[in-house]
Ligand binder design. Structure first.
Ligand SMILES: C[S@@+](CC[C@H](N)C(=O)[O-])C[C@H]1O[C@@H](n2cnc3c(N)ncnc32)[C@H](O)[C@@H]1O
Length: 320
């Protein structure tokens, strides 16, 4: 098994110094100050906590593609936790290959450039983007080379993509038909661009919420993330949080009708005997309601009005 120490050695061996990259520490700090909300890095413990929930068999002899991940940064602290996880567990999971590509956008702190690394059990090599692929490879997930890897090589995609490109990212990933386990915003189940995917059963929640991320300076920062996947989940522990009971047994304070006489339920109370559509929050979907005989009936957000006052958005669901 590759240990974190061994990985750190690989990283050190392959990393050019700041001088070799033509940047100073001051340049790095200036870039770090201008980073946008996309620069939230996933903590190793969050990757581990989620991925260990899936059966090991899903990884066996598979090509994992981390398409928003710097696999080889100056220290293992700066290296993507996804890359570190798969490198550490490479043999244990029986992976065939790990491919990590890194975006050289405006926040390329260390002038790493667009890079890609391919790891197999025989070792690793840097993708020779100049030789094999178009000159202007950006490392972006929607670059032709990244799409080629996604569509032709990858079996499972695993990453935390940029929040600002989530709509495009989900479209490309879901159209590829590949398996995935990714992080995105906790509100996706009630966000118009994503609701159709939940409605059509193309995606569902993973196991955990992700509340803490790291900034480029490796300080903890809060953000509302959640894991999403299309890998089958059996016996989701969060089913326990759904309270599916007859409507009359739902406490009064957790049910009400809006100005259009649509039933709204709170705190994951779900009527077991109600035939009409009713509105739920993202939490009910995240806890697996769609696996319990309920379906989304409108592919858009539903904003209830109560006494003329607009309430927060939800989705309309119905018992099948
Ligand atoms: C939310 S961060 C997560 C980084 C890393 N995947 C992790 O989990 O720690 C998203 C990363 O995607 C990078 N990024 C931005 N635009 C991108 C693009 N078009 N293609 C690939 N990566 C991109 C950002 O620079 C940022 O480092």
């Amino acid at each position: 098994m590759t240990t974190k120490k061994q990985i750190a050695k690989i990283i050190k061996r392959t990393i050019p110094s700041l001088e070799e990259r033509g940047v100073t520490t001051k340049d790095v700090l200036q870039k770090a100050q201008s980073v946008n909300n996309d620069e939230f890095y996933t903590r190793y413990e969050d990757v581990e906590k989620e991925l260990k929930m899936y059966p090991k068999s899903i990884w066996k002899n598979k090509v994992v593609f981390c398409n928003c991940d710097d696999a080889v940064n100056s220290t293992d602290r700066n290296t993507s936790a996804f890359a570190l996880y798969f490198l550490t567990k490479f043999n244990e999971l029986g992976l065939k290959k790990l491919i990590c590509t890194h975006y050289a956008g405006k926040v390329d702190l260390f002038n790493q450039g667009p890079k890609g690394y391919i790891f197999t059990k025989f070792g690793f090599n840097e993708m020779d983007t100049k030789k094999e692929y178009p000159k202007n490879y950006t490392g972006s997930f929607d670059d032709p080379l990244s799409l080629k890897i996604l569509n032709e090589d990858a079996d499972i995609v695993c990453t935390n993509p940029p929040f600002s490109r989530a709509i495009d990212y989900w479209r490309i990933l879901i159209e590829s038909g590949k398996r995935f386990i990714i992080i995105s915003n906790i509100t996706n189940p009630i966000t118009p661009a994503f609701i159709p995917y939940f409605m059509k059963g193309k995606v569902w929640a993973g196991y955990h919420e992700v509340d803490w991320f790291l900034t480029p300076k490796r300080e903890m920062t809060r953000a509302a993330g959640y894991w999403y996947t299309n890998v089958p989940i059996k016996n989701r522990p969060k089913y326990k949080q759904l309270k599916i009971i007859p409507l009359k047994e739902i406490p009064e304070e957790n049910k009400q009708y809006d100005d259009h006489k649509v039933l709204l339920v709170k705190k994951c109370y779900i009527p077991s005997d109600y035939k009409k559509p009713f509105a739920v929050s993202a939490r009910a979907i995240l806890n697996g309601l769609l696996e319990k005989g309920y379906e989304i009936v409108k592919d858009n957000q539903y904003f209830p009005y109560v006494n003329g006052k607009k309430c927060f958005g939800r989705v309309l669901v119905k018992k099948m």
